[in-house]
Design a protein around this ligand. Structure first.
Ligand code: DGL
Length: 258
């Protein structure tokens, strides 16, 4: 029996994917999850697609060797850069990604201005261009790369002076200028309250619940859903050795939802 036989492997460049993991575990309480944060290599958002694909491939390989039955790429950047390559390398494994939630935002706010916060890499890649082309015919999509913001979340100091200053500096000019904000990086889902402090009472969209529902659908399609008893184990692993990093992951996992 391999160490994580039948688990669902969930990974991100670092802590951001924990915001996705929470929804996955809530949606599928009888599944077991292995979370891997590649914090030693974060951020992915400043890297090119080949480097992100290489890192993602290595993580998926090791999760599958450990017995995981499905993979969730809990990172918009890695999904955009690597999902297609991973799916063709492992065509029989359900591999679910996350994408900036333009679709629900544009459906709710037809003909309005939608700010999309994401990493520079996500905004450069084809997936975002396709989404913006498709949904931008009804709405005005305003892309905003946020270099350095995932790194601030990665420290776990979500209310630092630096965090608040960053958000004021980068988002301040959009207050009252947009009708909705898409959080196109899983790290940003940890700072919804802080973003609202700058942006006011604007609706925030992320792809987290869409990903959780998609995971359920894919597991059902592959006949891989766990029986409705037991399960509920969540294991955290990091590319940074030592307890402190995993303790940070656990602390973020137990934060109340904003
Ligand atoms: N959490 C990742 C995402 O959703 C990216 C953060 C990073 O730059 O590493 O895009």
């Amino acid at each position: 029996m391999r160490e994580f036989e039948g688990y669902i492997g969930v990974f991100d460049s670092g802590v951001g994917g924990i915001s996705v993991l929470k929804a996955l575990a809530q949606e599928l309480p009888h599944e077991n999850f292995l979370f891997f944060g590649d914090s030693a290599n974060a951020p992915y958002g400043d890297k090119g697609p080949a480097a992100v694909t290489r890192l993602s491939r290595r993580i998926v390989e090791s999760m599958l060797e450990d017995g995981c039955k499905a993979i969730v790429i809990a990172c918009n950047t890695a999904t955009s850069a690597a999902a297609a390559t991973l799916r063709s390398a492992w065509p029989h494994v359900p591999i679910i990604g996350i994408e900036p939630a333009l679709k629900p935002a544009a459906r709710t706010f037809d003909n309005r201005r939608i700010l999309v916060m994401a990493t520079a890499a996500t905004l450069k890649l084809e997936k975002f261009h396709d989404l913006a082309l498709h949904w931008g015919s009804n709405s005005q999509i305003v892309p905003l790369a946020c270099p350095g913001l995932a790194d601030l979340v990665e420290t776990g100091e979500l209310d630092s002076d630096e965090m608040h200053a960053y958000l004021r500096e980068h988002l301040g000019e959009y207050r009252a200028e947009v009708d909705a904000v898409v959080l196109g990086c899983t790290h940003y889902s940890f700072i919804k309250r802080q973003i609202r402090e700058v942006m006011g009472d604007v609706p925030l969209f992320d792809g987290i619940w869409g990903t959780a529902h998609q995971l359920r659908r894919k597991l059902a399609e592959h006949d891989l859903l766990a029986p409705e008893r037991g399960g509920g184990a969540i294991q955290f692993r990091s590319s940074i050795a030592g307890r402190a990093q995993v303790d940070l992951y656990r602390r973020l996992y137990s934060l109340p939802a904003d």
